[in-house]
Structures are given as structure tokens and as C-alpha cells.
Design a protein around this ligand. Structure first.
Ligand code: ZN
Length: 424
């Protein structure tokens, strides 16, 4: 396993305007930022210039963006399957995914991380198969990643095997990369797991003190089929089995909610809902009732989802779509993209405040809006104080060999195109 290169133990960001994204406004203040061992230790005027000095050049210092739901490894599959109804789309995707190796997922995830780091996204909640590959990619690139291998046991009954693998993944990778890599428990969805896995997976997450990730309420057909089989809609089923209590529950999609279900999500003790506007639209899944959830105080994040259901992997674009769907202001969207998303994932990121990880984005100019609309990319991106992107170029250390990665990506792509053509 490789760890990302060490940042300077101490840094001071000077000559910047620190931006705080409140739920309804931007708060800008000229301030320096002191960083020690990857964490913010002071924010204020004329701080002592300890350690390495990073000049913000009079620009903005923002929190890195938080992507609440991705399948980064899918960046290698982009465009290989057209937008179809979810069930047929999944059949085609799974046929391709069955051929993926750990090293394929390593390459695909690294390419996906590179793409989004350049846009200022620093934290990811990722769910993918061959998760060891995804973990190594996260460590190579130095991003902050919460990772699960979504467990499915309904079709083969291999419950213990799946749980053991999650336990192994957690034991191997949790806390690696100087604490940037987190391993959670992936319960793929209520409809694809046995009741035993649901109970034991939830208990495992709480014993390990980690989060549970699950896809909840996608298509109406999905919900109706589940109700016909079990007599309950998925969310109620999860609730009745205690899956919604305890530590962070990262619940993705949550479309077609009834009022009582909205209330249930607003009462989650930890975690929240991740909405994926492009992906849900492209696969005609449905929409998340954002206005009702926000009105009820539900914690809310935005996700890009994978590159096959959403080829445009830019979280800021998802924010724009959400603003249009739910008539939200750019200030409100900015909060969801940062502190809001961080609250869903249960991580101390998403705000430039003392005690948080120094996951920061430096942007030229004096107004955060062009960056949030995707009109400009960051000048610098830092994770745990480590500079990963500078002037549009990846500069992180670790073992990321960009030329080798592009080469491996091209080979993988060729192979997957052939597989896609054969399984169409
Ligand atoms: Zn997904």
C-alpha cells in the first residue's frame, strides 16, 4: 500500500479571503489560515507565518466540495451503455463490470478522482466492486474517500462471505493515507440483500463506528416490486429493522417519497440523503423531494453518481441542476455542496474553521459564484494541507504516475469497448 506524500507539517495560507457557506449566504472575510498536520488550527488576520507559506494572491479560500455518491471506477465505462430504463441499464452494466479486475478499478477510480480533484471536489463517498483497487487509487491520489463495497447476497446467499470481505477491507484500509481513507459498510439496497445481511451489516457498522451506505427508493417499479414481495416499501422496511438508527446512514437517491417517509428521513439520528440530479434524470428514476426534505431539516448532500449514468462528472453542475429543480439560491446550493454534504457523511470537512481538515480550494477572484457555476476551476486544491492541484496540474506526490495512468486507461478502455459491443 502506498501513502500520499507528506505535506509540510505546518503551513500558513496568506493574503486570502476566506469564504463561509452558510445555508442562505456567503460570508467573506480577509483572513490567513494556519494548518498543522493537515488540520486547520487558526483562521484570522495577520497570523504568524509558520512553516510553508502559501500565497492566495488576494483570491478566495473555500472549503473543498463534498461528493456524496460516486462510483468512480465507472469513469472507465463512460458512454459504453446508453441511457435506458434502470433495470435494463443495470443488466448491461453488470455484464461489463463482471470483467473488471482490481487493477482495472484502480485505474478507473484514479482517472475519476483526477477529473474531480481538478474541479475542487476533495471528499468522495464511493461505492464500487473490486474496492481494493478503489482504495489504492484514493491513496495514490491523496483525496479524502469514504469507500464501501456494496454488498448483495439475495441471489447467492453468500452473506458471511460478503460481511467478511467488508471486515477485511476495513481492517486493511480504514484510516490509511493519514486518515484520509474511511471504510464503511455497503448494503447495496433493501431489494438486493437478505434480512440477515441487513441486520448483521448494520450491527457491523455500529461495532466498527463507521457509516452505512445504501441505495434507497430508485424507480417506482423498484419500490412496487419490493412491496409486492415483502408487503412494505423499502424505507419502511429498513426503518422497522432498525437500519436507520445509529451512526451515519448515507441514503442515496430517495425518490418517490411519501410524506411519512420524508418525516422518517428528517429524523435520522446521523447521516442523511444524497440526491443525484443528472443520473436520476438520465435513467428516468425520479426526483428527490428536496424542498420537503429541507423544510423538515433533513441533512442533504449531492452526488454525481457514476460516469455511465452521468457522463458530466462535475459536482458543480449537479448543484446547478438542483437549484433549478428545487428553486434554490446559489448560496443554498453552495452549503449543500460543502458543509451540508459533510454533515451527511459525518466528516469534519466542508468549512474553513478550526479543527476541520485542511481540505481547501483556492480560487482567483473575489466572488465564489463563478467557481460554483463551473465557470472557473481552482488555482490550487489541497487535501489535509497537501497541495494536489496547482494551476490546473496534478502535483500530488504519492505513487501517482500520470503518464502510466493515461496509458493504462487507454488500454482498459479498448478492452471494455469490445466487451460492451459483445454484450449489447
Ligand atoms: Zn449509484
Amino acid at each position: 500500500m502506498t501513502d500520499p506524500g507528506l505535506p509540510a507539517a505546518e503551513q500558513t495560507i496568506i493574503d486570502g479571503t476566506v469564504v463561509r457557506f452558510e445555508p442562505d449566504r456567503f460570508v467573506l472575510a480577509e483572513a490567513d489560515v494556519s494548518i498543522k498536520h493537515g488540520k486547520i488550527v487558526a483562521v484570522g488576520k495577520r497570523l504568524p507565518r509558520d512553516g510553508e507559506v502559501v500565497d492566495a494572491g488576494g483570491g478566495l479560500v473555500l472549503p473543498g466540495l463534498v461528493n456524496g455518491h460516486t462510483h468512480l471506477g465507472m469513469s472507465a465505462l463512460r458512454g459504453l451503455v446508453p441511457f435506458l430504463a434502470l433495470e435494463e441499464w443495470l443488466r448491461r452494466i453488470w455484464a461489463i463490470e463482471r470483467t473488471l479486475t482490481v487493477s482495472d478499478v484502480h485505474v478507473g477510480t484514479a482517472l475519476g478522482l483526477l477529473e474531480q480533484l481538478h474541479q475542487g471536489t476533495t471528499t468522495f463517498n464511493d461505492d464500487y466492486l473490486q474496492a481494493d483497487g478503489a482504495a489504492h487509487a484514493a491513496l495514490d491520489l491523496g483525496a479524502r474517500v469514504q469507500l464501501v463495497r456494496g454488498m448483495i447476497d439475495l441471489y447467492d446467499g453468500k452473506t458471511q462471505e460478503r460481511l467478511q470481505d467488508t471486515l477485511r477491507l476495513h481492517g486493511t484500509f480504514d484510516g490509511a493515507g493519514m486518515g484520509r481513507l474511511h471504510i464503511g459498510v455497503g448494503i447495496h439496497s433493501a431489494g438486493t440483500v437478505t434480512e440477515g445481511l441487513l441486520h448483521q451489516g448494520t450491527a457491523l457498522a455500529d461495532r466498527l463506528g463507521t457509516f452505512v451506505h445504501s441505495h434507497v427508493h430508485e424507480t417506482e417499479r423498484n419500490i412496487a416490486d419490493f412491496a409486492a414481495r415483502t408487503g412494505q416499501r423499502p424505507l419502511g422496511y429498513l426503518h422497522d429493522r432498525g437500519m436507520l438508527a445509529g451512526g451515519p446512514r448515507v441514503l442515496v437517491h430517495c425518490c418517490h417519497l411519501e410524506p411519512a417517509e420524508v418525516r422518517t428521513l428528517c429524523r435520522l439520528p446521523a447521516g442523511g440523503v444524497v440526491t443525484c440530479p443528472s443520473s436520476n434524470g438520465n435513467l428516468r428514476v425520479g426526483t428527490t423531494p428536496i424542498i420537503d426534505l429541507q423544510a423538515g431539516g433533513c441533512r442533504l448532500a449531492i452526488g454525481t453518481d457514476g460516469a455511465v449514468s452521468n457522463p458530466r462528472q462535475d459536482l458543480r453542475h449537479e448543484g446547478q441542476l438542483l437549484a433549478r429543480q428545487a428553486d434554490l439560491s446559489i448560496e443554498s446550493v453552495a452549503h449543500v455542496l460543502t458543509a451540508g454534504g459533510a454533515a451527511v457523511l459525518g466528516l469534519p470537512v466542508g468549512a474553513v474553521v478550526v479543527g476541520h481538515h485542511a481540505d481547501l480550494v483556492l480560487v482567483d477572484g473575489s466572488d465564489p459564484a463563478p467557481f460554483l457555476r463551473g465557470a472557473v476551476d481552482p488555482r490550487m486544491v489541497l487535501v489535509a494541507g497537501q497541495q494536489l492541484v496547482q494551476s490546473g496540474r496534478f502535483c500530488g506526490g504519492g505513487s501517482a504516475n500520470l503518464q502510466g495512468l493515461q496509458h493504462d486507461g487507454a488500454l482498459l478502455r479498448q478492452r471494455l469497448e469490445a466487451v460492451a459491443a459483445a454484450t449489447a
